[in-house]
Design a protein around this ligand. Structure first.
Ligand SMILES: [Zn+2]
Length: 257
C-alpha cells in the first residue's frame, strides 16, 4: 500500500512539476495562456497539446520547435524529474502528514523561484510570500507545540536571522554576488526550519554552488565574469535539509557544543 501511494504521489508530482515550469515562465511575463498552451519562445507558434504530456513531450518534439526548428530548453522535463524526486524523498522521510504537504508546497514555490532566478535573475515577492506563509504558520504552531515534533518558537525566530543577517551584512559590504532576494529567501526558510536546519540548508547550497562555479570555470574558462544565481542552490539545500538534515544537524551540533 505504501509503495502504491508513493508511486501515485511521484506520478502526480511529475505532472505538477511540468505545470510549475510553465508557471515560472508565465508569472513574470503575465501570460496565463502559457499554463495550458505553451508557445515556442523563438517563433511564438503554439507547441500544441503534445507539449503538456509529462516526461515524453520533450522527446516527441525531438528537443526542437516543430515550426522554426530552434532548440527547446529541457527545463520542463528537468522540473518534472526534480519535483517527482522531491515528492518521493519527502514521502519516504515523513509519510502522509501535514509536514509532508507543507514541505512539498514549499518545494513547489522554490522550484518556481529557482526557474525565475535562472531565467531573469529576479526573486518575485508574490512567490516569496508563499514561502513566508509557511514560515509564519510553523512559527505560530510552535506556541501550541504543534506538530508534535515541532521546535520551540525561539528556534524558529533565531532561524530567521541565523543566515539572513550575516548574508545581509555581506551584501552591504561586497555590493554584488548576493542579492536581496537571496537574503529574503533565507529569512523565510530560516523561520520555517529553525536555526539548526537552516545552517545545514545554507552550507549544502553554498558548497553545491561553489562546486558548480568551479566546474564552470574549468569547463568554459575564466573569460567573462558570470554571476551564478543562488536561489536554485539554496532550494536544493532546503530539500537536503528537510530530508537528510536531522542526521547532519546532530553531527554538526554535537561537534560544536
Ligand atoms: Zn519556434
Amino acid at each position: 500500500m505504501t509503495y502504491f501511494l508513493g508511486a501515485i504521489i511521484t506520478l502526480l508530482a511529475i505532472c505538477i512539476g511540468g505545470f510549475l515550469s510553465r508557471a515560472a515562465y508565465a508569472i513574470p511575463r503575465g501570460e496565463a495562456g502559457e499554463l495550458w498552451d505553451p508557445k515556442c519562445p523563438f517563433c511564438g507558434t503554439s507547441l500544441g497539446a503534445v507539449s503538456l504530456i509529462p516526461l515524453v513531450s520533450f522527446f516527441l518534439h525531438r528537443g526542437k520547435c516543430p515550426h522554426c526548428k530552434e532548440k527547446i530548453s529541457p527545463r520542463t522535463l528537468l522540473s518534472e524529474i526534480v519535483f517527482g524526486a522531491a515528492a518521493l524523498l519527502l514521502f519516504i522521510r515523513y509519510g502522509f502528514c501535514l509536514r509532508f504537504f507543507s514541505y512539498l508546497a514549499v518545494c513547489a514555490l522554490l522550484l518556481v523561484l529557482s526557474l525565475i532566478d535562472l531565467d531573469i535573475r529576479e526573486v518575485p515577492h508574490s512567490v516569496l510570500f508563499g514561502v513566508l506563509f509557511f514560515g509564519v504558520l510553523y512559527f505560530a504552531l510552535s506556541f501550541f507545540s504543534l506538530p508534535k515534533d515541532s521546535l520551540s518558537w525561539w528556534e524558529h525566530l533565531a532561524g530567521a536571522f541565523t543566515i539572513s543577517l550575516p548574508l545581509f551584512a555581506l551584501m552591504m559590504f561586497t555590493g554584488g554576488g548576493i542579492g536581496g532576494g537571496d537574503v529574503k529567501l533565507m529569512f523565510c526558510i530560516g523561520l520555517l526550519l529553525g536555526y539548526k536546519l537552516v545552517i545545514v540548508a545554507f552550507l549544502f547550497g553554498i558548497v553545491a554552488a561553489a562546486l558548480t562555479a568551479l566546474f564552470l570555470v574549468f569547463r568554459f574558462g575564466k573569460s567573462g565574469r558570470f554571476l551564478l544565481p543562488l536561489v536554485p542552490f539554496l532550494s536544493l539545500g532546503f530539500l537536503f535539509a528537510v530530508t537528510f538534515g536531522k542526521y547532519i544537524e546532530n553531527l554538526l551540533f554535537f561537534v560544536s557544543l
